[in-house]
Write a protein that binds this ligand. Structure first.
Ligand SMILES: [Zn+2]
Length: 434
């Protein structure tokens, strides 16, 4: 049987490594009239259309995306699907915001039908924003993980998620305990981890809402399953950091709490990482932990500014996260634009190609899935987004004044949104089209 082959013709751009603050040209590839050849859901070739088209057989269906821009599917390194319906809730910092908005929304997930309805709407929102992979928080309810995995599996998405662990300092109805957290998470790992493209993440909300017994149980589970992910929050807010110091006086730092309980390792992803010192960065780097940079959330909740240059200088894997509902958009384009501003306030640059890296290959590296996704190297899975630079009347005008791909991409990062996502492909199949 011959493989099913398709090709997509458009302007194509992808990253090969981190272009850095000076946008190293060898770190990315750009084909003005490019062709992406896909066979059985995987990348077969990428190059100039003029070179590749004559080599294809007559059986290959060529889809022309004239004046469009194809890039790897976006990867969201940190997001809460149960908070979809409270995005844009007014006026609190982290700990008050959780109590006032997030916890009541999550309590509604006691109803499995509600969980399924929101999970389905959430993955549709990911796809219409061009996001093909995400690392996702559920709620404390085990069926919240079932719901998001079922929704992702129905669309063949590479998605990582987990049930939240929280047994203290939170509302009674949202608590599990050390024993049930371990047992329920273990059952979910057996059910979903490596089921198709899905992966499981052990998901303690943060050290504030897990007892020492629960953190111990989470560490035991992590040790028993070295290839599952760990997903939590770290040093988002000064008030939170002060509470951690009070609750764990024997630990050197917030990160050291996670390290002590066996939760700092490869495939451990920490959202925010705003208040870290050099010793923390050195230990995170050495252990292979990764950071999710969530600029819209950090600005919206007044949390602080992520120091990307210090993190990358320490060789820490970093990707962008939307952190909806603390974050204000599921669009990685809008998230990258806010990342640019956060770095600008710290006298650092974020060129367009580095922003693209943080939303694609860098995020794939942070999640340890870069052997599968993140760019268009042959053999990788064909997850990609087709952007329409003329998706709004303003960007149509703006594109007329850009001369280079770097300028055009930067203007799109600043101005574009879901109106500019013409199509989203997952494993070579279209899952969203305008
Ligand atoms: Zn979060």
């Amino acid at each position: 049987m011959t493989a099913m082959r398709q090709a997509f013709q458009a302007t194509i751009v992808h990253c090969l490594e981190d272009p850095g603050e000076h946008s190293t040209p060898s770190a990315y590839e750009h084909f003005e009239d490019g062709l992406l050849v896909v066979a059985d859901g995987h990348i077969e070739a990428l190059g100039d259309a003029g070179d590749l088209l004559p080599t294809l057989g007559d059986d290959v269906l060529v889809t022309e995306y004239r004046d469009k821009l194809i890039m790897p599917g976006f990867i969201d390194c940190h997001v809460h699907y149960p908070q979809l319906d409270i995005v844009g809730s007014y006026g609190e910092q982290l700990l008050d915001w959780l109590n006032r908005y997030a916890y009541p929304a999550e309590a509604q997930f006691a109803d499995p039908n509600h969980a399924r309805e929101v999970a389905s709407a959430f993955v549709e929102q990911l796809l219409l924003n061009g996001t093909t992979t995400a690392l996702v928080f559920g709620t404390v309810h085990p069926h919240s993980a079932d719901a998001i995995f079922e929704a992702a599996a129905a669309r063949d998405m590479r998605l990582i998620a987990g049930k939240v662990l929280m047994d203290c300092h939170c509302p009674e109805e949202l608590r599990d305990d050390a024993e049930s957290a371990y047992r329920d998470s273990k059952a979910l790992i057996e059910k979903w981890h490596n089921h198709g493209r899905l992966g499981y993440a052990i998901t303690p909300r943060f050290a504030l809402t897990s007892s020492a017994e629960q953190l111990t149980a989470a560490g035991r589970l992590a040790a028993e399953h070295p290839d599952v992910w760990i997903h939590t929050h770290l040093a988002e807010n000064r008030g939170e950091v002060d509470e951690i110091e009070r609750l764990f006086p024997a630990r050197r730092s917030y990160l050291d709490v996670y390290d002590y309980y066996g939760l700092l390792r490869r495939r451990a992803v920490f959202a925010h990482c705003l208040y870290m010192d050099d010793a923390d960065r050195a230990s995170m780097s050495a252990a292979g932990g990764a950071a999710a940079f969530c600029p819209t959330s950090n600005l919206f909740l007044g949390s602080g500014l992520f120091d990307l240059s210090a993190m990358r200088a320490a060789n820490i894997r970093c990707g962008l996260g939307t952190d909806v509902g603390g974050g204000t958009s599921l669009s990685l384009l809008k998230t990258a634009s806010e990342a640019y501003k956060v770095l600008h306030l710290q006298d650092h640059a974020l060129p367009a190609m580095r922003a693209l890296y943080l939303a694609t290959l860098g995020a794939a590296e942070a999640l340890y899935v870069d052997e599968h996704i993140g760019n268009f190297l042959p053999g990788k899975e064909a997850d990609f987004v087709v952007l329409d630079p003329a998706g709004s009347s303003l960007t149509a005008r703006r594109m007329a004044t850009t001369d280079t791909i770097e300028e055009a991409l930067f203007a799109l990062l600043t101005l574009a949104d879901d109106r500019h996502v013409a199509a989203t492909y997952v494993s070579g199949r279209v899952q969203h089209a305008l």
